[in-house]
Design a protein. Structure first.
Length: 481
């Protein structure tokens, strides 16, 4: 919950206000756009920090290697100076040894001379039983010999020490030479590493420069996308405004159509009432509104249509219902026999109870009788299908037309029929000639209207037809509007 609260606090819908030439433009930034921008910036920032840290570490390592290289160079120089000093000392020691060997050779030569003089003196002593001066000379020579031996021993000791020093110096020289070779090898290795680090450093700098260029390119692309999103959002806002205006205009138009359709429906219902029929009963079975379709789960609240769209759809559904009702009534009106069966004529006998013209008794008349001029044409009062043509007892020559929806009309006492059974006829089609066949006292047409097996008063339909034909221009005008 805390993480979500922090997220909602920092990532909310924002707008950037841009003022250009005195006009304010609002650039919305959605949460998704901000989150994508933050992730991109965070990724590039991490990449830049990683490359910077890696470069710093490599630079530090290279600096350390250079410091070690300088230290080894100094050690190498010190060892080289020590080596040169040791070579100088060795040369001096060799020169001193050469001098000592020369002195030793001189001493050895003197010793041989002394030994020869001593031997000669001894021989002389054996020949001359001694003179005092010869003994003194021998003693002096002995002492000199003893001193020479001592000096020789000292020189031999010095030579041994010099040899030892020379051996140590030679060993140190060998060690210095070995150390120098190792130092040279390490120096070569370090120079290779320095060159490698230098090339790696150049590559890192090149990669870093490429990364910066890519970052700049991506930043520019991101800015262009944000700008494009802003333009699209402004276009969407304009489209929404236009949709709202169109929705308002459509609602007003639908309202007008709905009202005019309802007025037309009311007029049509009045026409049906004038015929003496019950419009609710007449329309009951056909006005049942069907519903169905596959089941689709309801959308979550966040995905519901806008209220204006919902109102628009509700109004449209009402209009469609009214139009369907109006179309059904129009279709039914076309099927209703609302016209007179003759153009010229007059009613000689009405519908209902009357005095029978032949028996003179009270009887029920199931239609109306209309007389007219000789050979007057009898006309179909509505479109339909001819179901009977021929002689039918008291009706004489008769034509029966089925108009659908339970309506039938009969035309009796015809002189002759002009249609055949099964023919599809239109409104005001000539179906026969007025005559006096069957049970008749004179030339006329017996006209009946039957609805679902019950006889209806044709005069009510004719009166309704007069009102309908007067109202038809108004209905057509409302339909056109």
């Amino acid at each position: 919950m805390r993480l979500k609260a922090v997220f909602d606090k920092f990532f909310t819908d924002r707008q950037v206000i841009i003022r250009t030439r005195g006009e304010l433009k609002y650039l919305p930034l959605s949460v998704r756009t901000q989150l994508m921008g933050f992730i991109v910036l965070l990724g590039f920032g991490g990449l830049f920090a990683y490359l910077l840290t890696a470069g710093a570490l490599q630079y530090r390592e290279m600096t350390n290697q250079q410091a070690k290289l300088m230290s080894l160079q100094l050690d190498y120089d010190a060892v080289a100076s020590d080596f040169e000093l040791a070579q100088t000392q060795i040369a001096a020691t060799r020169a001193e040894l050469d001098q000592q060997y020369a002195r030793l050779e001189d001493i050895l030569a003197d010793r041989e001379v002394v030994e020869k003089a001593l031997q000669f003196a001894v021989k002389s002593t054996d020949g001359d039983n001694g003179g005092q001066s010869l003994e003194d000379r021998i003693r002096s020579l002995g002492e000199s010999l003893h001193a020479t031996n001592a000096r020789r021993e000292r020189l031999e000791m010095e030579v041994m020490q010099a040899n030892k020093s020379l051996f140590q110096i030679s060993r140190e020289r060998d060690e210095a030479i070995s150390e120098r070779e190792k130092t040279v090898q390490r120096l070569a290795s370090l120079r290779g590493l320095v060159n490698l680090y230098a090339s790696t450093k150049d590559e890192i700098y090149e990669e870093l420069e490429e990364t910066r260029e890519q970052y700049a390119s991506l930043q520019q692309e991101f800015d262009s996308r944000v700008e494009s999103e802003g333009r699209l959002n402004s276009e969407v806002s304009e489209l929404r405004d236009r949709m709202n205006r169109m929705s308002t205009q459509n609602k007003e138009l639908i309202t007008r159509i709905h009202d005019r359709t309802n007025a037309s429906v009311a007029a049509l219902r009045d026409i049906i009432v004038l015929t003496g029929l019950d419009p609710d009963k007449l329309l009951g079975s056909d006005e049942v509104t069907g519903q169905g379709g596959p089941f689709v789960a309801a959308l979550p609240p966040t995905q519901k249509l806008l209220e204006t769209e919902q109102d628009f759809y509700a109004q449209a559904q009402k209009m469609e219902t009214s139009l369907a009702h109006w179309e059904f009534l129009q279709t039914l009106l076309k099927q209703l026999p609302l016209a007179r069966p003759v153009d010229v004529g007059y009613v000689t006998s009405s519908f209902g109870k009357r005095r029978d013209p032949i028996t003179k008794r009270t009887a029920f008349h199931s239609g109306v009788d209309m007389a007219g001029p000789r050979n007057s044409k009898v006309l179909a009062t509505a479109p339909g299908t001819v179901t009977f043509v021929g002689t039918n007892g008291a009706y004489g020559t008769m034509v029966t037309i089925d108009h659908g929806s339970g309506f039938q009309t009969r035309y009796g006492h015809l002189k002759k029929a002009l249609v055949k059974k099964g023919a599809k006829i239109e409104y005001r089609t000539e179906i026969g000639v007025m005559g006096s066949t069957g049970r008749s006292t004179g030339r006329h047409v017996h006209y009946e209207i039957i609805y679902e097996g019950e006889h209806q008063n044709p005069m009510n339909f004719i009166k309704a037809g007069r009102y309908a034909f007067k109202a038809t221009p108004k209905l057509e005008k409302a339909s056109a509007d």
